[in-house]
Design a protein around this ligand. Sequence first.
Ligand code: PMV
Length: 325
Amino acid sequence: GDEVVMRASALARSNIALVKYWGKRDATLNLPAAGSISMTLDGLETRTTVEFGPWERDSVFINDEALEGKGLAKISKFLDLVRPGTLCADVRSTNSFPTAAGLASSASGFAALALAASQAAGLELTPQELSVLARRGSGSAARSIVGGFAIWHEGQKSDGTDSFAEELVPAEHWDLRCVVLVTRKGPKDVPSTEGMNHTMETSPFYAEWLNTVRRDMDGAKEAVFEKDFVRLAEISEGSCLAMHASAMAARPAVIYWNARTLELIHEVRRLRVQGKACFFTIDAGPHVKVFTTAEDLDGVKAYFQDHPSVEDLLVAKPGQGAELL
Ligand code: PMV
């Protein structure tokens, strides 16, 4: 018949920031206090199917497990942005990487959800509008709409329409590798939103952190354009450490690292002195992400593979942006 099927599936990949996002100027719209730059990660994927129908409530399954409570409420609120009339959604999402390892899946998750839900609702969004929509779910998800290396613009407007991510260069531009070193699971991390709000409100270093971002954006952009590994390493490690320093100086402190995190920071620095191209970055958790070149990947992998501070090791190259399935 001519029954309209309101269903769509999408795939999006995670991303890691090289210049970090840490702080919102608008918490409702997820508008960032400054811009950020990232690499989209091949292989760290979320696949999501959304169907709208005349049901009584939204249902969401992540890796076959039903989401309830706050998690479900957050998705429902996000779906309200695209929901056709009073229809409810059935959402099925799977991650290709171990969710249990504590690797952030919100970037790939909300990017895939934004694309699948808007398509299922019959909306034809431009890539910029899609990035703005994904941003509403999770800030970093704005960057996972884009492939390769992405820049998320701070934007000027209060309605958020100019705060979206764009591709700086495609994945093929630079064959970097990101080696994710999973450290032992500790107590549950402070969620990024909570950590950044608290840093903004109480850290004496927050204003200085923002100044580093404004200085680092142009340099990181140039380093990516020119494939200048040494320069990107300097800027990226600096941005990561400045972000964590601002969080650590919050009162009470927000400390994402465990002992292994610090041990691995030193190991990366040792490996670099030995001549391997490598630098580290760390997000709102204890894991260490090591960037290296395709050339030095084997050496870096061999160094960390059986390291006592490494529970699990994943390798990703630059990935493509979000796509419909
Ligand atoms: O997207 P959110 O709200 O989970 O924030 C991400 C924050 C960091 O991962 C620490 C930094 C970043 O730019 O991705």
